[in-house]
Design a protein around this ligand. Sequence first.
Ligand code: NAD
Length: 335
Amino acid sequence: MSMQKEKILITGACGQIGTELTRELRLLYGQDHVVAADIHIRPPGISNYVQLDVLQEEMLDLVVKECGITQIYHLAAMLSAKGEKNLEAAWNLNVHSLLSVLKIAGKRSLSKVFWPSSIAVFGTGSPQYNCPQQAPTEPKTVYGISKRAGEYWCNYYHEKFGVDVRSLRYPGLISYTAQPGGGTTDYAVDIYHHALTSGEYTCYLAEDRCLPMMYMQDALRATIELMEAPAERLSVRTSYNLAGLSFAPCDLAASIKKHMPGFKVAYEPDFRDTIAAGWPASIDDEQSRQDWGWKPYFNLASMTADMLNQLVVQKGIALPVVAEIPAYEFFPHES
Ligand code: NAD
């Protein structure tokens, strides 16, 4: 099958998304066909791994050449909250590494590139509810500016050099394996851990700060479905809007309290609430639905039930499994 001939490089493979995307892509393409790369020394238990600083363009090019890479999933980046404290480093990492990846993809005729953008491209001039694909983008963070610039670079390399680069504007992502890496939506992961350990949580966003979010399984499936879509179906070469769920911290707290009535949440908004205030509360992803058939699966209740079930097992906590979740077999895994 042609899928098996692809050789994939994942940058930022040790991060929140990279950890899980590496596992899913290896199930699909085979262990030997997916090279994981990150700036860290090889973490225990990971094979087919390269320690690589994506800002070292020559090294990146060498890895692509030596490993016979045909596709890159370029995930290495500095996220929104961390970026506001490291302006130049965030810009440098987020934009220059993407430029290197696009340049190498053109030079070595790679078959496809995936690069994630973010809802952070939107700003106060964008509609707050059901923010459409073509809404004005007035990013207010260095992260958002870097993502918007990156979107235009992707479009440029596609139009000018024929690079088949595909992109999604991820909302805040929630997962139970790797910890989030310094984004504004990290609270939505931390809150579950605190619910199960201390039974209380202080949230850095206002209780009614509604934001677009997505459970990791849906984000992984979206990524792989977009990458497998026929190129001629794709009308957006900057980055596609992508929606899963939208909720505020108080909604998330209420969904946890249904299973753990004693859970206590306090609110102490900090600078991250100001960042979040500039983002839309919900996203219109009609173009993704039309072009490549996107449809989310998880809602708030099923996500909370699954998160608690998974974390109870992971932490070895002696609590009963909170709810039965219907089996979610979302990839046609090759055996
Ligand atoms: P993360 O911070 O968890 O992981 C990023 C990884 O990149 C880390 O493992 C880090 O070690 C690595 N990295 C940093 N500098 C590097 C360098 N110079 N060379 C090589 N590796 C380096 O981030 P994530 O949440 O997994 O995000 C992955 C991508 O998805 C990013 O582009 C991010 O902007 C985007 N995104 C994430 C979210 C989210 O909610 N997590 C939302 C929207 C977009």
